[in-house]
Ligand binder design. Structure first.
Ligand code: COA
Ligand code: AMP
Length: 635
């Protein structure tokens, strides 16, 4: 089948407002405004100004009203606890309304913020939708972050409530959430009024009288009493959520997502990009703490009338590398979306794909990969073993949905391994040199998107318009800076090569090496430090920290290195996967004192490198190489 992509993309280019107005007809609006886009509002304009809507209504109520009452809306499959549970649209709406009643009873209102700190359980999605129902702005924090990170987010978002679970479960350990939350509230200057805790049977949390409430008990009581609560009208431009993501410092960026544009873009993507029909089962094997989880576990499948899957497990070890195939087969999943790292892990355990043969995958149609570079070896393995289209697509927390992909719903374009294919309507993607001049085909440069960004993308950062402007808009006037570097070939196919900032990507998780350096620098024995991302076969990249100790420190290096590893885990969290700390005598620098992190990374990855012309002392590079070898890293 030939693809309609070029025609559709061209149609958008010729009439962007008409394109998005037509896409908006898939959403139920409370009222529509005169304009589709107002270029004079916000940082670069706002989509659907003065339109009114409710995201929860569009995800749930309208499907119940139009005949999807008994269709499964959410399937919870938890190999880590051995539980599965299915909620129909009717049941999910009942749960969400009950949870919204609890939030309203706790004094939360439209515009208030609530932090959600929950593992992959249905209550996490219910909490998000309950907030959306009342116009409360949620901010989900990933369970693998430590108290300190949670505290930073509490101070920035100033939430009225924290909605949490008593624990998360990782292979071999139960992660108690409540001590982390209490620790974070102690650390934060802002104090939330209330903490609503969902008690899980694996571990019950102590509740602080006067502040903490039992969320599950209150929700069940609201259901038993038959309580309902109507969706609150919000403006399309009102924030639906804030999602914090790594910036170039330890202070994360609060990405704001609005209600209206977000719904329009996600709904469009379900049929045109992912090729999914309402009523089908769509599974994003990510976590609600990440943008993929927000967009494609919670919102997009439900907006589209699909069944979504909440999976509490890992691609391997819960119990084996066949769990993805078991889930796909058991729940009739038609499309899976995950990070390449998950497939690298599965392939390592089951190189011949023998576990795949155990399951009936006849209804399964496609695999979507994002979050990090999809290496051709992994992509080819997946195509070979699954015999379905494997689609790499590129996006960021900031954009909320795919910038560059292969639109299955419009007809698949030829795949070029290593390229996520072509820009989606809404995204005019260009490659510029550092001075902002356009670069020709196949030339590496800064990937930027011509403004305005399309519906669904961030309008700004929470309470930080200036930071938004400085981070994304200032360097290349008229464009959004993605901070990714790459090329566009003669056919318009994009390749993403590297970040242009200090962000690294560990197992599909976005982390700031600058943030880790800030933590290492707080150790009393550390004089200076540098953290780089080094290549890892499984996780894509791993952080590796070099430290120079203060003169006169006599304690053993091993002891200090172990303390540094503990410190990052304690301050940022286990998700940082910081397990390599290396003491060196000196760090390589330019004569003006800039640490040569890029050259250090090339040495660690065994790449050939040019001796930097401005290096202060070339001998230090050999010292770095020796130190890496001493730590078992082949260079
Ligand atoms: N709560 C608490 N701790 C968590 C956590 C959570 N929600 N998620 C991860 N962690 C911990 C892990 O237990 C691990 O701890 P450890 O150092 O004690 O072993 C650490 O954080 C690092 O986690 P991660 O890098 O995710 O590795 P992993 O061991 O959990 O599994 C693979 C990683 C290899 C299985 C990987 O393929 C994978 O699937 N990663 C998740 C990819 C993903 O969902 N990305 C989202 C973008 S789409
Ligand atoms: P996050 O905001 O966590 O989604 O991370 C976004 C970053 O992950 C991007 O800026 C890229 O550096 C990287 N990334 C995401 N998807 C891809 C992809 N398909 N190919 C290459 N890199 C990707």
């Amino acid at each position: 089948m030939s693809s309609r992509y070029s025609e559709v993309y061209q149609g958008w280019k010729e009439d962007p407002l008409g394109f998005w107005k037509s896409a908006a007809s898939e959403i139920d609006w409370i009222s529509t405004g005169d304009k589709v886009f107002d270029p004079d509002q916000g940082q670069y304009g706002r989509w659907f100004p003065d339109w009114e809507c409710n995201t929860c209504y569009n995800c749930l109520d309208r499907h119940v009203e139009r005949g999807r009452t008994g269709q499964p809306a959410l399937i919870y499959d938890s190999p880590i606890t051995g539980q599965t549970k299915t909620y129909s649209f009717f049941e999910l709406l009942e749960e969400v309304e009950a949870m919204a009643c609890v939030l309203a009873d706790s004094g939360l209102q439209k515009g208030d913020r609530a932090i959600i700190y929950m593992p992959m359980i249905p209550e996490a999605v219910m909490a998000m939708l309950a907030c959306a129902r009342l116009g409360i702005i949620h901010s989900v924090v990933f369970g693998g972050f430590a108290a300190n990170e949670l505290a930073t987010r509490i101070d920035d978002a100033a939430p009225k409530a924290i909605i949490a679970a008593s624990c998360g479960i990782e292979p071999g350990r139960v992660v108690a959430y409540k001590p982390l939350i209490d620790g974070a509230i102690d650390l934060a200057s802002h104090k939330p009024d209330t903490c609503l805790v969902f008690q899980r049977e694996q571990l019950s949390a102590d509740l602080k009288p006067g502040r903490d409430l039992d969320l599950g008990a209150l929700k069940d009581a609201a259901i038993a009493a038959g309580r309902r609560i109507a969706p609150v009208p919000v403006k399309a431009t009102d924030p639906l959520y804030i999602l914090y993501t790594s910036g170039t410092t330890g202070q994360p960026k609060g990405v704001v997502r609005d209600n209206g544009g977000h719904m329009v873009a996600l709904k469009w993507s379900m049929s045109n990009l992912y090729d999914i029909q309402p009523g089908e089962v769509f599974w994003a094997a990510s976590d609600v703490g990440w943008v993929v989880g927000h967009s494609y576990i919670c919102y997009a499948p439900l907006l589209h009338g699909c069944t979504t899957l909440v999976f509490e497990g890992k691609p391997i070890g819960t119990p084996d590398a066949g769990v993805f195939w078991r889930v796909i087969s058991e729940h009739n999943v038609v499309s899976l979306f995950t990070a390449p790292t998950a497939f690298r892990a599965i392939r390592k355990e089951d190189p011949n794909g023998e576990l795949i043969q155990k399951y009936d995958l006849s209804q399964y149609r496609s695999l979507f990969l994002a979050g990090e570079r999809a290496d051709p070896e992994t992509v080819n393995w997946a195509i070979d073993k699954l015999q379905v289209p494997v689609i790499d697509h590129w996006w960021q927390t900031e954009t909320g949905w795919c910038m560059v992909g292969n639109p299955l719903g419009l007809g698949q374009l030829p795949v070029k391994p290593g390229s996520p294919t072509v820009p989606m309507p809404g995204y005019d993607v260009r490659v510029l040199d550092d001075a902002g001049h356009p670069l020709g085909p196949n030339t590496l440069g800064n990937i930027v998107v011509k403004l305005p960004l399309p519906p669904g993308s961030l309008p700004t950062l929470w309470n930080a318009d200036k930071r938004f402007f400085d981070s994304y808009l200032a360097e290349f006037p008229g464009y959004y800076k993605t901070a990714d570097a790459g090329t566009i070939d003669d056919d318009g196919y994009l390749s993403i090569m590297a970040r242009t900032d200090d962000i690294i990507n560990v197992a599909g998780h976005r982390l700031s090496t600058g943030g880790m350096e800030e933590v290492l620098a707080t150790h009393p024995d550390v004089a200076e430090c540098a953290v780089i991302g080094i290549a890892d076969k499984l996780k894509g990249q791993l952080p590796c920290g070099f430290v120079v100790l203060k003169s006169g420190v006599e304690r053993s290096q091993d002891e200090i290195e172990a303390e540094l590893i503990r410190l990052v885990r304690e301050k940022i969290g286990p998700v940082a996967a910081f397990k390599i700390a290396i003491t060196v005598e000196r760090l390589p620098k330019t004569r003006s004192g800039k640490i040569l992190r890029g050259t250090m990374r090339q040495i660690a990855d065994g790449e050939s490198y040019k001796m930097p012309a401005t290096i202060d002392d070339p001998a230090i590079l050999d010292e770095i190489s020796d130190a890496l070898k001493l730590h078992g890293i082949s260079v």
